[in-house]
Design a protein around this ligand. Structure first.
Ligand SMILES: C[C@H](O)[C@H](O)[C@H]1CNC2=NC(N)=NC(=O)C2=N1
Length: 93
């Protein structure tokens, strides 16, 4: 299991993913799309990288708005896996 990062490490790594916000034990991003179908298309693009990494984002969909939260449930906080997944997700936008 990946280890929970210290606060200083979190700050350092957060600067590498400026489109994500650190909120407590999560990395969060709200994404707006043209419509529901486009939003769903994006969400479906997350299946492959999440399965490949064995690390899965929490996703809330509201019409054209997708809120993605990343945390390592098993470790109980943010780990390197969350930052790696954040980078991957950002690259799919
Ligand atoms: C066995 C498997 O690795 C675990 O259940 C994984 C699956 N995906 C996961 N994803 C996230 N975000 N946190 C986890 O703790 C987690 N656990």
């Amino acid at each position: 299991m990946a280890e929970v990062l210290q606060e200083t490490q979190v700050k350092e790594m957060a600067s590498e993913v400026p489109d994500w916000k650190v909120e407590g034990k999560e990395l969060k991003q709200v994404m707006k799309f043209k419509d529901f179908v486009t939003a769903m298309d994006f969400v479906n693009k997350l299946i492959e990288p999440a399965e490949a990494a064995g690390h899965h984002p929490d996703i809330a969909i509201s019409y054209n708005t997708v809120t993605i939260s990343l945390t390592s449930h098993d470790a109980g906080g943010l780990t390197e896996k969350d930052f790696a997944m954040a980078k991957q997700i950002s690259s799919l936008k």
